[in-house]
Write a protein that binds this ligand. Sequence first.
Ligand code: NAP
Length: 310
Amino acid sequence: MSDEPHFRRLALIGVGLIGSSIAWAARRDNLVGEIVCSARTEETRARALELGVVDRAVATSAEAVAGADLVILCTPVGTFGKVAQEIGPHLEPGAIVSDVGSVKKTVVRDVGPHIPDGVHFIPAHPVAGTEQSGPDAGFAELFDQRWCILTPPAGCDPDAQARLAKFWEAMGSRVEIMDAEHHDLVLAITSHVPHLIAYNIVGTADDLEAVTESEVIKYSAGGFRDFTRLAASDPTMWRDVFLNNREAVLEMLGRFSEDLSALQRSIRWADGDALFDLFTRTRTIRRRIIDAGQEVETPDFGRPHGGSDD
Ligand code: NAP
């Protein structure tokens, strides 16, 4: 526990999985004096209060940011421009405005122009999540040992940047600084395209007529179910990710399609060596992810064995 809170008042715009996880982590480590949130619906605001994740829940983002020295946008990326326009005139001089959006270039474009002089705008992306949504989904440990990428614009105040980095580190994250464009390219291949593949394969299975739906469910342990976790992710959030990272996703998809065609050719021509070489190379990537502390060693993604789950 820190002795002194890092910030006097934290305003969370949106209190779903990520917003409520920030609130729990900040509370756990005594990082902020007070937490205020806004959310679109009365239901979410009431639930956040009921769970005890925030001190106050208000109806508008303009009200939420009044008097806050740290503001974090935790709504879907497609809402950021409108939110920034609404909060701009109500921000405290000296406050830090950040976000948790999964893309960064359009955030700089949509939010930046609404931030008044004297307020520090530092976009951020915690690379941590689950397929769950809403205030009930959050938990304090979500960011432990996960990377949080900051993409400070040119001329960003170094003290404000250091304060935000320390805040994320205190919540358990490791912090990396990156250019927004590079962030979007890296995340296109590590997160966005994998989700697209999952949405696609689950959609394809759903459309198949030769295999009944009950067979897809029944035999899903063959591999299919691992895609369904990603494909169960929030539709609004992911629609906004693809609409806001079009260039990088299309670039990575082009490469992916070429590699898929090469695999198709290997299968057609029974080139077992090519298949074996690729599968050997890809195995080592998983080993490196485990070694980097980004996955557990436990077989089968940590699922309990011997129970009804399998
Ligand atoms: P979530 O659980 O669905 O929560 C979204 C929050 O935003 C809710 O409080 C919701 O309020 C509010 N909201 C939704 N639409 C809105 C609108 N049009 N106007 C105002 N408020 C609105 O989402 P999340 O998973 O926390 O994601 C939030 C952000 O984190 C996104 O930008 C996403 O890219 C980023 N992110 C997500 C993950 C992940 O794995 N989920 C990981 C890293 C970063 P209501 O409940 O009242 O509608």
